[in-house]
Design a protein around this ligand. Sequence first.
Ligand code: IMP
Length: 191
Amino acid sequence: MKLYFATGNRHKYEEASRVLAEYGVELVQLTRVPKLEIQSSSLAEIALTAARAAYLELGEPLIVEDAGLYIEALNGFPGPYSSYVYKTLGCRGILKLLEGVKRRDAYFESAVAAVIPPYEEVFVARVRGIIAREPRGGEGFGFDPIFVPRGDERTFAEMGLEEKNRYSHRARALRMLGEWLRSRKIKRAQL
Ligand code: IMP
């Protein structure tokens, strides 16, 4: 079973292909379709709009994923603006905003939108954790060096891909997709 993943992010693709392989899905990275990014406070809406646009270009069953980091002491910032904030402030900038802040709770949210005609589905999942005091680790991408998932003491950037997939927002949303594909018995006929 073959499914396209429209993303320019190699890390996301690697994480996702590992999870979906558990469900017998062969994920193919699609980099040539530019992601249509609307402004919305809902990651699900952003991902679904991008997935529909990508489907119009490609005409093959595909998924798009959108994610964000929500920091409680900052009232959920950067949330849907995570990509821009990562580019402008980075991990160091976030740590600066949290200087002297004791409550460091945060969560990552992932929305995976699938367009597999005649179906359209969005799967949303979270992982809760805290923002570390300093960046640690060299694996992964984005805010991985400053996010410690609940149940562990290491940041995502201190974990291998398999370990991050045990906790991550993205892996959870993708497992929901995997279960849905299984329950719908979506096999080669549709894909
Ligand atoms: P995107 O718009 O889905 O690419 O995600 C927005 C931003 O959130 C990215 O630029 C990353 O900085 C951050 N982000 C999303 N998912 C992760 C993750 O799994 N680890 C670390 N940072 C992430």
